[in-house]
Design a protein around this ligand. Structure first.
Ligand SMILES: [Zn+2]
Length: 74
């Protein structure tokens, strides 16, 4: 589970943090499981996400819509 997403930076201003977590839920689950490649951005659907997971910190960014998500696995 992703908990305590204390820092969420997201440019698409029509999404609040809760909506973002729901929208990214599947991606975050996959990234947390180590599958960081091949996720299409669920927000703009125009680009592949750049995802990393290291020491429980998950980042998901999209070059197309400027999504910039940081969260921590708890
Ligand atoms: Zn995007």
């Amino acid at each position: 589970m992703l908990t305590g997403a204390a820092e969420v930076y997201v440019q698409p201003s029509d999404l609040d943090q809760e909506e973002l977590l729901m929208t990214l839920g599947d991606v975050l689950t996959q990234v947390a499981a180590g599958h960081t490649d091949g996720h299409r951005c669920p927000i703009c659907e125009n680009a592949e996400l750049s995802c990393t997971e290291a020491h429980g910190e998950v980042t998901v960014t999209c070059a197309a819509c400027r999504l910039d998500f940081h969260g921590w696995l708890g």
